[in-house]
Design a protein around this ligand. Structure first.
Ligand code: GLC
Length: 475
């Protein structure tokens, strides 16, 4: 098919700390990922995205980077990364790294220099203001810890901005030297052969010079969607031009944490900004046919035809969907069909193919400042033998690979009973019908004309009606 891999493929997110530990230090590592590539190739995914593995004091589990161009010793070294990239490519698996451009670690040499005086060469690489933490420049709050997003520095006698932890100062992307230095970090990895980047909280980059106040708690949506700044788009055009300057369909997928599909759509630009943008409203949707019909409808109505959507049910920041949907096996099975048959690129989160729910982590054992430890627990690989959920994911991924309609086809609704969703995917003369029962009752399905045979079912044999929580792919 004449489509780039990032449109037809399936991406598998790895949270390296918890994936596979090969050196017995209790922490997953790059060698562990390399060791599991055959498993991933059997599963049938096309790309892996690694949450950050760069040098980091791990205050935000690697999302606080102290050196963008080196590997943290926890995970291995650059030679391990080169090996991982080569072994993945040998199996036709692409590798995406997690680029964190909004903030660095406070241990990054850039920040160490920036905070050393008011007139050093990097004095303006971060957001410094004459103010105090008690009387900060604006009302922004620090994620995870709460309180002002501003911390006072004794040396400079000024405050600096951090949208996350005080140990994660925000870079000043208005400064062209920051842009150039961050572009160099992209080139470093593209030159080493990575296929692209997942980009962290991309919507925060284009902050206006005056840093206006954010709406309050009485306007929760306006509050989240406030961080949608015009200047981000020019920054993205710069990143896109750089990435597109490389051969081989390199790509970017940006985390646009705005809870509006219409706003997310803007981050594709005119095919000159992000290749893909995360659209999170479906991630927060309950297991309910009507809600899903609306969320999917928004993508159809609000995304321009040439902006290719993405689909996510779980990641390292939210409770796993198996848990969110009531730890219900039948729902988790049908959710796999729902996720992998939408029009757009699906993202799997390591472990969902084993049917994992969130681990129960005692408060005293939590290490994440955001309390997200439950979805970040080590993968219990012993569960991969005789795992019927894994068999199902493999079967759906095989069905996708064999079907241009499922990989890149158009999407059309088919009228269906309440509590169900039925849709058709079409590309040329390739057709698939997908039917999903979101309820605990059996449901009838009215198929379009023609002869339809069951290719994948999450339950027993499909006899023309859906059993409770059953999903089917028909061809
Ligand atoms: C993103 C990441 C999250 C991280 C935050 C700050 O939301 O997904 O894990 O804590 O950005 O970098």
């Amino acid at each position: 098919m004449a489509e780039p891999w990032w449109k037809t493929g399936v991406v598998y997110q790895i949270y390296p700390r918890s994936f596979l530990d090969t050196d017995g230090d209790g922490m997953g590592d790059l060698a562990g990922i390399t060791q599991r590539l055959d498993y991933l190739s059997d599963l049938g995914v096309d790309a892996i995205w690694l949450s950050p593995v760069f040098t980091s004091p791990q205050k935000d589990m690697g999302y606080d980077v102290a050196d963008y161009c080196d590997i943290d010793p926890l995970f291995g070294d650059l030679a391990d990364m080169d090996r991982l990239i080569a072994e993945a490519h040998a199996r036709d698996i692409k590798v995406l790294l997690d680029w964190v451009p909004n903030h660095t670690s406070d241990q990054h040499p850039w920040f160490v220099e920036s905070r050393s005086s008011r007139d050093n060469p990097k004095a303006d690489w971060y957001w410094w203001r004459d103010a105090t933490r008690e009387d900060p420049p604006n009302n922004w709050e620090a994620n995870f810890v709460g309180g002002p997003a501003w911390t006072f520095d004794d040396t400079r006698q000024q405050v600096y901005l951090h949208n996350f932890l005080p140990e994660q100062p925000d870079l000043n992307w208005r400064n062209p030297e920051v842009v150039a230095a961050m572009h160099d970090t992209l080139r470093f990895w593209l030159d080493r052969g990575v296929d692209g980047f997942r980009i962290d909280v991309i919507h925060l980059l284009g902050k206006p010079e005056l840093l206006p106040n954010q709406p309050g708690a009485d306007d929760p949506i306006g509050r989240v969607n406030f961080f949608d700044f015009d200047d981000t788009h020019e920054i993205l055009r710069g990143v896109r031009a750089l990435v597109d300057g490389y051969d081989g369909d390199r790509t970017t997928v940006g985390e646009v944490f705005l809870l509006s599909t219409k706003l997310v759509a803007k981050y594709y630009g005119n095919n000159d900004e992000l290749h893909l943008a995360f659209n999170f409203p479906p991630l927060f949707a309950p297991w309910d046919a009507d809600v899903w019909r609306k969320r999917i409808g928004r993508v159809i109505d609000e995304m321009p035809a040439d902006a290719w959507p993405t689909w996510v049910l779980s990641n390292h920041d939210q409770p796993r969907h198996r848990t969110r949907y009531g730890n219900h096996e039948g729902r988790a099975r049908s959710a796999a069909v729902l996720l992998l048959t939408q029009r757009g690129t699906p993202f799997l989160y390591a472990g969902e193919e084993l049917g994992l729910e969130d681990a129960v982590v005692a408060p005293e054992d939590m290490v994440d400042p955001g309390g997200r430890d439950g979805c970040r627990a080590p993968i219990p690989w012993g569960q991969a033998d005789d795992n019927t959920m894994l068999d199902l994911y493999r079967a759906i991924l095989r069905a996708r690979k064999n079907s241009p309609a499922l990989q890149a086809g158009d999407f059309a609704w088919i009228d269906s009973a309440p509590g169900t969703l039925v849709y058709e995917r079409t590309r040329g003369d390739d057709h698939r019908v997908v039917a999903i029962n979101f309820t605990d009752e059996p449901k009838p399905v009215l198929l379009p004309e023609g002869e339809w045979r069951c290719e994948v079912t999450t339950a027993g044999d499909f006899t023309g009606q859906l059993t409770p929580n059953e999903a089917v792919i028909l061809r």
